[in-house]
Design a protein around this ligand. Structure first.
Ligand code: HPA
Ligand code: ZN
Length: 336
């Protein structure tokens, strides 16, 4: 293993962009389908994997929603989240801020509290047994209307002391941030943090909309911001974090080849970029795999790796003391 890959392994890291439903590995999908008597349109695990060929975000989303249909019980959500936390441990991810898509489940008749309590119990186990801290971000599906998002926020009210913030995901183009202005405003009034996917397939104007209309604390993806130099200057000046997902970008054709990934340019422009897995079971790997893909393709160097890892903590929703404790641990690991 080269020095950069050893460094990546050794550094404690935070992950800020992971859809927990996107960590459903084909093996578990198959197992839960059998356990729950759900019929999948695949004869075996190999056939599931073989189906993961995407030309765009929508191709992926169609399979992603189909895949989550095997998740029915609190135990299912616990097992899913626990499996992800073990991958965090393997990658030395010591803090994670996970997304979940309540509407992907409540629309199928699975209750909000079944989903939430399953995820939550695994996160507590992760904290106790693995020492991994975590936050939960509830995403609204942007292909649905704002009324549906409001209904979801209403269902979440009893759980708000355990929900850090709201996000916005699913089909981007044709569903601009402004569509969700009121529900994000309400979420802000409730004291929730706000993030949104923007500039993945959608234009830079959607990133501006996420900032101005949704008042987001972070932008998820944000790649297409680079097409607008005034926006880049603003993101750099305001140090708005971007949660970048290299393997997702490649598999969803946001970039045509990993050698053309813009992460170096982002850092050079002063953007607060971080590296994340997005939907690791669908896109070919977890956090370290995403860093390693950049080492292989563009020779991501030591300074860049350290900046990205520091950014992951600085961009997190942890308290300032925890952030500085993590930054010290990063420095110590980098020394060693
Ligand atoms: N983009 C939009 N919606 C999503 C994604 C993504 O990368 N992953 C899961 N839902
Ligand atoms: Zn995402």
């Amino acid at each position: 293993m080269n020095n950069e890959k050893q460094l990546i392994r050794a550094l404690p890291k935070a992950e800020l962009h992971i859809h927990i439903e996107g960590s459903l590995e084909p093996e578990m999908m198959f197992e839960l389908a059998q356990r729950n008597g759900v019929k999948l349109p695949y004869p075996d695990v190999a056939a599931i994997r073989a189906a993961y060929e995407f030309n765009c975000l929508q191709d992926f989303l169609d399979l992603y929603y189909q895949g989550m249909s095997v998740l029915l019980t609190q135990q299912d959500f616990h097992d899913l989240t626990w499996a992800y936390l073990q991958r965090c441990r393997d990658d030395n991810v010591v803090h994670t801020e996970i997304f979940f898509d309540p509407q992907g489940h409540t629309a199928r008749g699975v209750a909000f509290d079944t989903v939430f309590e399953g995820i939550w119990s695994a996160l507590r186990r992760g904290e106790q047994d693995l020492g991994i801290s975590s936050r939960v971000i509830m995403c609204f599906l942007r292909h649905l209307d704002e009324e549906d998002a409001f209904a979801t926020l209403q269902q979440a009210l009893p759980f708000l002391d355990r929900i850090e913030g709201v996000g916005l995901d699913s089909s981007e183009v044709g569903h601009p941030p402004e569509k969700f202005l009121s529900v994000f405003q309400r979420a802000g009034e409730l004291g929730l943090k706000r993030v949104a996917h923007a500039g993945e397939e959608g234009p830079p104007e959607y990133v501006v909309g996420a900032l101005d209309s949704l008042r987001v604390d972070r932008v998820d993806h944000g790649n297409r911001s680079l097409e607008d130099s005034a926006l880049v200057e603003r993101l750099a000046r305001e140090q708005i974090p971007l949660t970048v997902c290299p393997q997702s970008n490649l598999r969803l054709a946001v970039i045509d080849d990993m050698t053309n990934h813009p992460i170096r340019q982002m850092l050079a422009c002063g953007l607060k970029a971080t590296i994340n897995s997005d939907d690791p079971a669908y896109f070919g790997g977890y956090v370290n795999d995403n860093f390693n893909a950049l080492v292989n393709a563009i020779e991501l160097n030591r300074d860049e790796i350290l900046s990205l890892v520091r950014n992951s903590f600085e961009a997190s929703f942890l308290d300032p003391e925890s952030i500085s404790r993590h930054l010290q641990a990063v420095a110590a690991a980098a020394e060693a």
